[in-house]
Unconditional design. Structure first.
Length: 230
Protein backbone atom coordinates (compact mmCIF):
# COMPACT_ATOMS: atom_id res chain seq x y z
CA UNK A 1 0.00 0.00 0.00
CA UNK A 2 2.88 2.40 0.74
CA UNK A 3 4.41 1.61 -2.64
CA UNK A 4 1.03 2.13 -4.31
CA UNK A 5 0.41 5.51 -2.62
CA UNK A 6 3.91 6.87 -3.17
CA UNK A 7 4.72 5.58 -6.66
CA UNK A 8 1.23 5.14 -8.09
CA UNK A 9 2.25 2.21 -10.31
CA UNK A 10 0.15 0.88 -13.14
CA UNK A 11 -2.59 -1.63 -12.41
CA UNK A 12 -0.80 -4.57 -14.01
CA UNK A 13 2.34 -3.86 -11.98
CA UNK A 14 0.34 -3.88 -8.75
CA UNK A 15 -1.22 -7.21 -9.68
CA UNK A 16 2.15 -8.72 -10.60
CA UNK A 17 3.77 -7.66 -7.33
CA UNK A 18 0.79 -8.78 -5.26
CA UNK A 19 0.61 -12.13 -7.08
CA UNK A 20 4.33 -12.81 -6.61
CA UNK A 21 4.03 -11.96 -2.91
CA UNK A 22 1.05 -14.27 -2.37
CA UNK A 23 2.83 -17.11 -4.22
CA UNK A 24 5.90 -16.66 -2.02
CA UNK A 25 3.80 -16.66 1.16
CA UNK A 26 1.90 -19.78 0.10
CA UNK A 27 5.08 -21.61 -0.82
CA UNK A 28 6.77 -20.66 2.46
CA UNK A 29 3.70 -21.77 4.43
CA UNK A 30 3.66 -25.16 2.72
CA UNK A 31 7.37 -25.73 3.25
CA UNK A 32 7.28 -24.66 6.89
CA UNK A 33 4.22 -26.77 7.62
CA UNK A 34 5.09 -29.97 5.86
CA UNK A 35 8.24 -30.36 3.82
CA UNK A 36 10.70 -28.80 6.27
CA UNK A 37 9.99 -31.55 8.81
CA UNK A 38 12.15 -34.63 8.93
CA UNK A 39 9.09 -36.86 9.23
CA UNK A 40 6.08 -35.70 7.17
CA UNK A 41 4.04 -38.41 8.95
CA UNK A 42 4.03 -36.18 12.02
CA UNK A 43 2.06 -33.57 10.09
CA UNK A 44 -0.60 -36.10 9.15
CA UNK A 45 -1.12 -37.24 12.73
CA UNK A 46 -4.23 -39.34 13.21
CA UNK A 47 -7.50 -39.25 11.35
CA UNK A 48 -9.53 -39.97 14.51
CA UNK A 49 -8.74 -39.88 18.21
CA UNK A 50 -8.98 -43.64 18.59
CA UNK A 51 -7.03 -44.22 15.34
CA UNK A 52 -9.77 -46.17 13.56
CA UNK A 53 -8.14 -45.44 10.18
CA UNK A 54 -4.36 -45.64 10.61
CA UNK A 55 -1.94 -43.89 8.26
CA UNK A 56 -0.72 -46.07 5.40
CA UNK A 57 1.50 -43.68 3.44
CA UNK A 58 2.57 -40.12 2.69
CA UNK A 59 3.11 -38.50 -0.71
CA UNK A 60 5.22 -35.34 -1.06
CA UNK A 61 5.28 -33.33 -4.29
CA UNK A 62 7.72 -30.43 -4.63
CA UNK A 63 5.97 -28.64 -7.49
CA UNK A 64 3.39 -27.66 -6.87
CA UNK A 65 4.13 -28.26 -3.17
CA UNK A 66 1.63 -30.76 -1.89
CA UNK A 67 1.46 -33.14 1.06
CA UNK A 68 -1.05 -35.99 0.85
CA UNK A 69 -1.80 -38.31 3.77
CA UNK A 70 -3.16 -41.73 2.80
CA UNK A 71 -5.27 -43.64 5.31
CA UNK A 72 -6.83 -47.08 5.26
CA UNK A 73 -10.07 -45.57 3.93
CA UNK A 74 -8.37 -43.40 1.27
CA UNK A 75 -9.31 -45.94 -1.37
CA UNK A 76 -12.90 -44.73 -0.99
CA UNK A 77 -12.67 -41.16 0.27
CA UNK A 78 -9.25 -40.09 -0.99
CA UNK A 79 -6.26 -38.70 0.92
CA UNK A 80 -6.24 -35.67 3.19
CA UNK A 81 -4.14 -32.56 2.51
CA UNK A 82 -2.93 -30.70 5.61
CA UNK A 83 -1.04 -28.13 3.50
CA UNK A 84 -4.05 -27.18 1.39
CA UNK A 85 -4.10 -23.56 2.66
CA UNK A 86 -0.64 -22.85 1.28
CA UNK A 87 -1.57 -24.50 -2.00
CA UNK A 88 -4.68 -22.35 -2.38
CA UNK A 89 -2.60 -19.24 -1.62
CA UNK A 90 -0.20 -20.21 -4.40
CA UNK A 91 -3.03 -20.67 -6.88
CA UNK A 92 -4.53 -17.28 -5.93
CA UNK A 93 -1.14 -15.64 -6.44
CA UNK A 94 -0.72 -17.39 -9.79
CA UNK A 95 -4.14 -16.09 -10.86
CA UNK A 96 -3.06 -12.55 -9.97
CA UNK A 97 0.15 -13.00 -11.97
CA UNK A 98 -1.82 -14.12 -15.01
CA UNK A 99 -4.26 -11.22 -14.58
CA UNK A 100 -1.37 -8.76 -14.39
CA UNK A 101 0.24 -10.22 -17.50
CA UNK A 102 -3.06 -10.05 -19.40
CA UNK A 103 -3.64 -6.44 -18.29
CA UNK A 104 -0.14 -5.52 -19.49
CA UNK A 105 -0.68 -7.20 -22.86
CA UNK A 106 -4.13 -5.68 -23.40
CA UNK A 107 -3.18 -2.12 -22.42
CA UNK A 108 -0.19 -1.79 -24.74
CA UNK A 109 -0.93 1.49 -26.57
CA UNK A 110 1.31 1.02 -29.62
CA UNK A 111 0.13 -2.44 -30.57
CA UNK A 112 -2.30 -2.71 -33.50
CA UNK A 113 -3.15 -6.35 -32.87
CA UNK A 114 -6.56 -7.29 -31.38
CA UNK A 115 -6.80 -7.08 -27.62
CA UNK A 116 -8.58 -10.42 -27.30
CA UNK A 117 -5.72 -12.09 -29.15
CA UNK A 118 -3.09 -10.51 -26.88
CA UNK A 119 -4.95 -11.66 -23.81
CA UNK A 120 -5.76 -15.08 -25.21
CA UNK A 121 -2.11 -15.87 -25.94
CA UNK A 122 -1.48 -15.63 -22.18
CA UNK A 123 -4.76 -17.01 -20.80
CA UNK A 124 -4.89 -20.15 -22.98
CA UNK A 125 -1.54 -21.64 -21.90
CA UNK A 126 -2.19 -20.59 -18.30
CA UNK A 127 -5.49 -22.49 -18.24
CA UNK A 128 -3.86 -25.47 -19.95
CA UNK A 129 -1.04 -25.52 -17.39
CA UNK A 130 -3.58 -25.36 -14.56
CA UNK A 131 -5.49 -28.33 -15.97
CA UNK A 132 -2.29 -30.31 -16.43
CA UNK A 133 -0.86 -29.57 -12.96
CA UNK A 134 -4.04 -30.03 -10.95
CA UNK A 135 -5.33 -33.18 -12.60
CA UNK A 136 -3.30 -34.81 -15.37
CA UNK A 137 0.17 -34.61 -13.84
CA UNK A 138 -1.13 -35.78 -10.46
CA UNK A 139 -2.57 -38.93 -12.02
CA UNK A 140 0.54 -39.47 -14.15
CA UNK A 141 2.72 -39.52 -11.05
CA UNK A 142 0.68 -41.99 -9.04
CA UNK A 143 1.96 -45.46 -8.37
CA UNK A 144 0.13 -48.45 -9.79
CA UNK A 145 -1.58 -49.09 -6.45
CA UNK A 146 -2.73 -45.49 -6.01
CA UNK A 147 -3.91 -45.32 -9.61
CA UNK A 148 -5.89 -48.51 -9.03
CA UNK A 149 -7.52 -46.81 -6.04
CA UNK A 150 -8.40 -43.83 -8.24
CA UNK A 151 -10.01 -46.20 -10.73
CA UNK A 152 -11.98 -47.84 -7.95
CA UNK A 153 -13.23 -44.47 -6.64
CA UNK A 154 -14.22 -43.49 -10.17
CA UNK A 155 -16.09 -46.77 -10.55
CA UNK A 156 -17.95 -46.13 -7.27
CA UNK A 157 -18.91 -42.58 -8.28
CA UNK A 158 -20.19 -43.75 -11.68
CA UNK A 159 -21.77 -46.94 -10.45
CA UNK A 160 -24.60 -46.99 -13.01
CA UNK A 161 -22.53 -46.04 -16.08
CA UNK A 162 -19.06 -47.45 -15.34
CA UNK A 163 -17.94 -50.96 -16.32
CA UNK A 164 -18.90 -53.42 -13.63
CA UNK A 165 -15.93 -55.75 -13.93
CA UNK A 166 -12.77 -55.93 -11.86
CA UNK A 167 -9.81 -53.62 -12.43
CA UNK A 168 -7.26 -55.27 -14.70
CA UNK A 169 -4.76 -52.40 -14.96
CA UNK A 170 -4.25 -48.85 -16.23
CA UNK A 171 -2.77 -47.20 -19.32
CA UNK A 172 -0.92 -43.88 -19.21
CA UNK A 173 0.43 -41.70 -22.00
CA UNK A 174 1.78 -38.15 -22.08
CA UNK A 175 1.29 -37.37 -25.79
CA UNK A 176 -1.61 -37.49 -26.28
CA UNK A 177 -2.58 -37.26 -22.59
CA UNK A 178 -4.26 -40.53 -21.62
CA UNK A 179 -5.04 -42.07 -18.24
CA UNK A 180 -7.34 -45.07 -18.79
CA UNK A 181 -8.68 -47.58 -16.31
CA UNK A 182 -8.79 -51.04 -17.84
CA UNK A 183 -11.56 -53.25 -16.48
CA UNK A 184 -12.31 -56.82 -17.40
CA UNK A 185 -15.37 -55.67 -19.35
CA UNK A 186 -14.30 -52.28 -20.69
CA UNK A 187 -12.03 -49.23 -20.58
CA UNK A 188 -12.78 -45.86 -18.96
CA UNK A 189 -10.82 -42.59 -19.10
CA UNK A 190 -10.10 -40.62 -15.93
CA UNK A 191 -9.17 -37.42 -17.82
CA UNK A 192 -11.67 -37.30 -20.66
CA UNK A 193 -12.89 -33.81 -19.72
CA UNK A 194 -9.35 -32.64 -18.95
CA UNK A 195 -8.08 -33.87 -22.32
CA UNK A 196 -10.83 -31.95 -24.09
CA UNK A 197 -9.89 -28.87 -22.07
CA UNK A 198 -6.23 -29.22 -23.08
CA UNK A 199 -7.08 -29.55 -26.75
CA UNK A 200 -9.41 -26.55 -26.44
CA UNK A 201 -6.61 -24.46 -24.88
CA UNK A 202 -4.25 -25.49 -27.67
CA UNK A 203 -6.81 -24.50 -30.31
CA UNK A 204 -7.48 -21.15 -28.61
CA UNK A 205 -3.74 -20.45 -28.40
CA UNK A 206 -3.27 -21.21 -32.10
CA UNK A 207 -6.20 -18.96 -33.07
CA UNK A 208 -4.93 -16.08 -30.93
CA UNK A 209 -1.40 -16.55 -32.21
CA UNK A 210 -2.62 -16.47 -35.80
CA UNK A 211 -4.60 -13.30 -35.06
CA UNK A 212 -1.40 -11.71 -33.78
CA UNK A 213 0.73 -12.80 -36.72
CA UNK A 214 -1.66 -11.74 -39.49
CA UNK A 215 -1.32 -7.96 -38.90
CA UNK A 216 2.46 -8.31 -38.67
CA UNK A 217 2.59 -10.22 -41.96
CA UNK A 218 0.34 -7.65 -43.63
CA UNK A 219 2.50 -4.76 -42.48
CA UNK A 220 5.61 -6.48 -43.84
CA UNK A 221 3.94 -7.08 -47.19
CA UNK A 222 2.84 -3.43 -47.37
CA UNK A 223 6.36 -2.30 -46.49
CA UNK A 224 7.89 -4.42 -49.23
CA UNK A 225 5.29 -3.18 -51.71
CA UNK A 226 6.04 0.44 -50.78
CA UNK A 227 9.77 -0.20 -51.16
CA UNK A 228 9.29 -1.69 -54.61
CA UNK A 229 7.08 1.22 -55.64
CA UNK A 230 9.79 3.70 -54.65
Amino acid sequence: MVWKLRRRPARHRRWLVLGASVVAVGYAHTLAYGFALVRPEAVCGRRTLDDDYPLTGVRVDMFPPRLACYWTDSGTFGPSHPTAAGGWAMWCGAALLVAGAVAWAVDRPLSRTPRWARGGVIVAPAVGATIWITRVDRLMGLSSTDLGNECFRWQVRHLHTAPGGEIAGADRSVVPPVVDCVFTDGVASLIRVEALGLWGCLLAWLVCGAALLVPVARSRVRGRAAGLAE
